[in-house]
Design a protein around this ligand. Sequence first.
Ligand code: ADP
Length: 334
Amino acid sequence: RSLTAAEAEGDERAIEAALRPKSLDEVVGQHRVREQLGLVLEAARRRERAPDHVLLSGPPGLGKTTLAMIIAHEMSTPLRLTSGPAITHAGDLAAILSGMNDGDVLFVDEIHRMSRPAEEMLYMAMEDFRVDVVIGKGPGATAIPLEIPPFTLVGATTRAGLLPGPLRDRFGFTAHLEYYEASELDLIVHRSAGLLGVELTEEGSAEIASRSRGTPRIANRLLRRVRDYAQVRADGVVTLDIAHAALALYEVDELGLDRLDRAVLDVLCRRFGGGPVGISTLAVAVGEERETVEEVAEPFLVRNGFLARTPRGRVATAGAWRHLGLAVPTSAAM
Ligand code: ADP
């Protein structure tokens, strides 16, 4: 019997959960964040207090949810998970907060997408551990103060700059997660292969690592796709040749650029002569949300020297033209 799409996705999520590091010691890379966070947690444990609120920023798949789970785990408290888009009314947040116990960790993913009224309620909750619940409407409305036990908020966002200043300022510790080095991704691929019982060679692992777009989630996903290929078309061992063939099949190029990354460069060079182009125009041209282009594709392209942000818009670098196999115009940015 073959899996339905939903089952397959559930399966993928279950695998992702199984591959998550459970403690700070198991986290690969992010040395500075690990050390800083380790200190914050150790100090809180010694004082027997809930740690300060933590803000984690960085592109998707770099370990924000993983770190939130580790914070709860290391403090031996339950983790409550929600997300900005799920909190459309202040009342949604009040319901969550009023159900919390002393020392609980509340994880709010995509915290920059919370509604304004909820955000304002959150300021108060973070600072004073109380909120005002408004009952009724108009002149008859009354605010009922509600005490909340001390808790730790862990917020995640793709860019800290998306948060309003007052919210950002209420986090006692902010960590920015950076893309991973190929050597770190190599360790992650090895670790995951061990957990999944996949046999792989050094070259096979290095190949997957170098095409993972600096992102652990992608490294784990590519490992699973290459494993599929190895099992169906070969003897199950992930070698360099198998990794090459599988990644070519899934259209992951040798630098790890995915379809969206390539589409952005392609449109920028072929349609707009290398720019400058505004981000909104670029997003429309590739048929994606502006946020996705700005928060997912762009940081990777900038970090790898394919794209530059200028006051007049985005421009393609000489490297971008070359990567697309096009002649570099003399005007191209270096
Ligand atoms: P985010 O919340 O930033 O989108 P996640 O925390 O969900 O990212 O991480 C995605 C996957 O990548 C997880 O399943 C986890 O196994 C893996 N991962 C993330 N960071 C690390 C890390 N530092 N070491 C090992 N695995 C990691």
